[in-house]
Design a protein around this ligand. Structure first.
Ligand code: PA5
Length: 409
């Protein structure tokens, strides 16, 4: 991937760059996601080779970091790749959503992956209980959780298949571990290619090459201007990136919206995920003429590997649009992206950059994921938050559990 940045490097920050490098190297000793490109996939391959060919549906029961990453990758690849099995995600306690998803799968041809790092997430366990009431065969379930979590203990009691995530890998940074790799491998996604994409970015970053330069430039800019440009929009010019945007929103929001470590201030950067060209007809106006509080990153796919084109037809009264005739759709969508970017560049007060993803394939997605994880870590360090916790969501969970206990009395 390439990343073109259209705003200036901050001056005189050599020392600050050195300190940031040091802080990240220190963090790398204890934060597990940095090393996930080296994840050993042999047990995943072995499990995938054993699973019955009659299984047509892989069903993930999980939420947040336990589902969004695999969903982003699966939905990115789905239009171009013939999947071995269909992948569905039960991520909600919305009864209509549960029933609608159930109507899409055949229970007897499904293998269920119950994914929860903590092993106690209400949404996941509620749906798991419901599934167990329909299908009691424990052989049809596999658990992915932390060692010794309550879910792990349950699984052991019942003799279930269990996989673990490295304990130092947090939920929203876990897509390149068993959490994302197992469901994807069962559907035929080339997980080694995915990891090799991530590894390419890892090498470029830790060997002080191209990616480190661009990431540092962006991170320092976002951090310096975090109270002005506090809304960071991704404008992705492909429908395939719709769920990647959801993954980004969780990663950025849950990691960077916090009380600072060394002050009592609350800080945060607000992620927005947009899809072009659709959102040119909705959100773009707000970026162009609204308050100057937004940065924009356009993501473009270089090679769609598709030659679908607009027919050479002239329509009466619409002759002015004959300029479209013969144009391939992939050229049109990328020209739309370029035109939107140019219109913003002219304004000069909207920070803008452009990521070019080579193709719709595993390697490209591995690169994009690891790039965004690194960017999140860098900005987290610079705005002085603990990127890897989420204390803000705990109180709501406690209140819910109290309410549920009251209802049981
Ligand atoms: O990133 C996180 O840590 C969270 O979003 C979790 O992934 C989410 O709350 C689900 O938690 P768990 O995997 O413990 O069920």
């Amino acid at each position: 991937m390439t990343n073109k940045i259209y705003f200036e490097d901050l001056p005189n920050i050599k020392e600050a760059k050195k300190n940031l490098s040091k802080a990240i190297m220190k963090e790398k000793e204890s934060v597990g996601y940095y090393n996930l490109p080296q994840f050993d996939v042999s047990s995943i391959d072995e499990f995938a080779s054993r699973i019955d060919d009659k299984i047509e549906f892989i069903v993930v029961l999980g939420i947040g970091g336990s589902s969004l990453g695999a969903k982003a990758i699966y939905e990115f690849l789905k239009p171009v790749k013939e999947m071995k099995r269909k992948l569905y995600f039960f991520e909600s306690t919305d009864p209509l959503n549960i029933l609608s998803l159930l109507s899409k799968i055949e229970i007897k041809k499904s293998h269920f992956l119950v994914i929860s790092k903590s092993g106690t997430t209400v949404e996941t366990i509620a749906v798991f209980k419901y599934m167990l009431s329909i299908n009691k065969n424990m052989g049809h379930y596999t658990i992915i959780t932390d060692l010794d979590s309550p879910l792990d203990k349950f699984g052991k009691l019942k003799g279930m298949n269990i996989f673990y995530l490295p304990c130092n890998v947090g939920g929203r940074f876990s897509v390149l571990s068993t959490v994302g790799l197992l469901p994807l491998a069962l559907c035929g996604v080339d997980i080694k290619e995915l990891l090799s994409g991530a590894k390419k970015i890892q090498n470029s970053f830790f060997e002080d090459a191209y990616i480190k330069d661009v990431l540092f430039k962006k991170a320092f800019f976002y951090a310096k201007h975090h109270s002005t440009y506090h809304i960071n929009c991704i404008f992705a010019y492909s429908e395939t990136l719709k769920y990647f945007c959801q993954w980004y929103v969780q990663l950025w929001g849950e990691s960077l919206g916090k009380k600072q470590r060394h002050s009592a201030f609350n800080v945060g950067l607000t992620p927005i995920g947009l899809i072009g060209p659709k959102d040119q007809h909705s959100f773009l106006q707000l970026i162009v003429e609204g308050t100057r509080d937004k940065s924009m990153t356009c993501i473009k796919i270089d090679d769609f590997k598709d030659e679908l084109s607009i027919p050479d037809i002239s329509l009466e009264e619409l002759e002015s649009l004959d300029i479209l005739n013969g144009l391939e759709f992939h050229d049109l969508i990328n020209m739309q992206c370029d035109s939107a970017m140019e219109s913003l560049k002219i304004l000069k007060d909207i920070p803008i950059d452009e990521i070019i993803v080579p193709r719709v394939d595993e390697r490209s997605m591995g690169e994009l994921i690891y790039y965004y994880e690194l960017l999140t870590s860098l900005v987290g360090q610079l705005i002085d938050v603990d990127t890897y916790n989420q204390p803000g969501v705990e109180l709501g969970k406690i209140i819910l559990k109290n309410k549920l206990s009251e209802v049981r009395k």
